[in-house]
Design a protein. Structure first.
Length: 111
């Protein structure tokens, strides 16, 4: 949701939780004022979830702390090692994205 509004179904495709568990999580986040539910313009039955200002601030703070933690962990690596790590992580990310796309296509095709 830090990249924009999503439906529960879209989030569920990215997070391995049962629908009941996902609904419970969304309910808790809404009660805490971290997300907002709005009607979907495309489907009256669906709700679109987006971060509230309080939720956006929480995500930004979490990302900031995460970046600080990563930076402190990377101090043991040389500049060359950091470049190698970046390249390897990019390769893994591209492979994972391609595998996910392939799985989505396979799931949609009739058997």
């Amino acid at each position: 949701m830090h990249k924009g509004p999503l439906t529960i179904g879209e989030i569920q495709s990215k997070v391995p939780l049962a629908l009941g568990s996902m609904t419970a999580v969304v309910d808790r986040l809404e009660r805490r004022g971290l997300i907002l539910r709005t009607p979907s313009p495309a489907d009256r039955r669906a709700k679109v979830l987006k971060l509230s200002p309080k939720g956006r601030a929480a995500v930004e703070e979490t990302f900031r702390r995460h970046a600080v933690d990563l930076e402190s962990a990377m101090v043991v690596l040389t500049h060359r090692e950091k470049r190698q790590l970046r390249a390897l992580l990019k390769k893994l990310g591209q492979f994972a994205a391609a595998a996910e796309a392939k799985a989505r296509i396979a799931a949609k095709s009739p058997r």
